[in-house]
Design a protein around this ligand. Structure first.
Ligand SMILES: NC(=O)c1ccc[n+]([C@@H]2O[C@H](COP(=O)([O-])OP(=O)(O)OC[C@H]3O[C@@H](n4cnc5c(N)ncnc54)[C@H](O)[C@@H]3O)[C@@H](O)[C@H]2O)c1
Ligand SMILES: O=C(O)[C@H](O)[C@H](O)COP(=O)(O)O
Length: 354
């Protein structure tokens, strides 16, 4: 192992280099600009989702360890890392609560607009992993009925009740929490197809916080432009970020620049997970306490049965501000998309754990 560990990090990962001592050096760069030529004297690369990690980037470099401060892994060629014996870490669950709070705020926004409450609501959850499972717990705590769709889990848990993707159209709200995959028995690229959209109506809400490629955006634009009463769309993730489909934005109930997971505690939790993994890998000390105080949620909200959950949720997180910020900057794409993400205002997690 090197005498000192040289890290190249995405400039949008908070908390570096304070978590390490003098045996670690940290250089920062915009994630989209990182190229192979930047990696000749780098031991560890710490990234976000905007840097594609593959043979093109890493071949012939000195990189021994890659960490991504994200839940999603679709930007990483894991086969190449394994074959090249490069250490790897990611941040599973780090921003799950943030995404769940985004989804609950989006539902609350829609309910308020339609003068409704959570009472009697049916929510379909597609992908019941860390995020989908947490969403299910919070919704059930609020008395909301959930329909679960997760074929990989269904194959492992034949005695549990799971629904098909098609039957999700029975729900008032359908929220997607699948990883982006192209291969295997249950690929998710373009999982939301025209047949699925055609089975929905203007009385329903579809939320995609998973990845942009789950929904063919060009097809979705055609659908909203040519359907009398299209489903209400809430999109946080887009195909071809940062050059997203500006026309589709105009047709969304809520449109945001991939910030569902951006509550500040989630970001610091991801940093802590990567620093711990890097510290174990290179056997260098890591000051966990330097990060811990940013991860704690102050005074969390425990929903009560007799309170107005719609207005309470929106008082914690007014999601319409994130939507408005994107609409205000839509003429300045693609730069504005990354700018809004880089300068995202501080949003705190607010739900008590379930
Ligand atoms: N918008 C954001 O800011 C944001 C933040 C965090 C994560 N994400 C995205 O959310 C995804 C899910 O995160 P997670 O932590 O819950 O992942 P997870 O791996 O814990 O859960 C994913 C679940 O999806 C299921 N699944 C896989 N293929 C499926 C299919 N075809 N149909 C239905 N279910 C399927 C899996 O069985 C699993 O239970 C991430 O991969 C990432 O792309 C987005
Ligand atoms: O997968 C994730 O964790 C999220 O999509 C994450 O919030 C993406 O943010 P980025 O890495 O692009 O800043």
């Amino acid at each position: 192992m090197p005498a000192s560990v040289r890290i190249l990090a995405d400039e949008n990962i908070p908390g570096l280099p304070h978590a390490f001592g003098e045996d670690v050096t940290v250089q920062k760069m915009p994630g989209r600009d990182i190229q192979r030529s930047d990696l000749s004297a780098v031991d560890a690369l710490l990234l976000r989702s905007v840097t594609r990690v593959n043979e093109d980037l890493l071949k012939g470099t000195s990189v021994k360890f890659v960490g991504t401060a994200t839940i999603g892994l679709d930007h990483i060629d894991l086969d190449y890392l394994n074959a090249s014996n490069i250490g790897f870490a990611y941040a599973p669950g780090s921003n799950a609560q943030s995404v769940v709070e985004y989804v609950l705020a989006a539902i609350a926004f829609w309910l308020q607009r339609t003068n409704r409450t959570f009472k009697g609501l049916k929510v379909g959850i597609v992908g019941v992993g860390r995020i989908g499972g947490l969403l299910q717990k919070y919704l059930q705590q609020m008395g909301v009925h959930c329909l679960l769709c997760d074929p990989p889990r269904q194959a492992q848990e034949p005695n549990e009740t799971y629904y098909s993707l098609q039957s999700m159209s029975e729900a008032d709200v359908i929220s997607f929490h699948v990883p982006l995959t192209q291969r295997g028995p249950w690929p998710t690229r373009h999982l939301i197809d025209v047949a699925f959209l055609n089975a929905l109506s203007a009385d329903q809400l579809l939320i995609n916080t998973a990845r942009g490629d789950i929904l063919d955006n060009q097809m979705a634009l055609y659908y909203v432009q040519n359907t009398a009463s299209p489903v209400n769309l809430v999109l946080d993730v887009w195909q071809n970020e940062p050059m997203i489909n500006a026309q589709l934005v105009q047709h969304c109930l809520l449109a945001t620049p991939h910030i569902a997971g951006y509550a500040i505690e989630g970001k610091w939790r991801a940093t802590a997970m990567l620093c711990q993994a890097l510290s174990d890998y290179f056997q260098v000390p890591f000051k966990r306490t330097a990060l811990d105080r940013n991860i704690r949620v102050n005074d969390p909200w425990q929903p009560q049965s007799n309170e107005n959950k719609v207005s309470k949720l929106l008082s914690y997180y007014d999601i319409s501000q994130d939507d408005q910020a994107l609409r205000n900057e839509i003429k300045n794409l693609p730069q504005s998309f990354d700018k809004l993400r880089k300068n995202y205002p501080t949003r705190h997690e607010f739900l008590a754990s379930v």
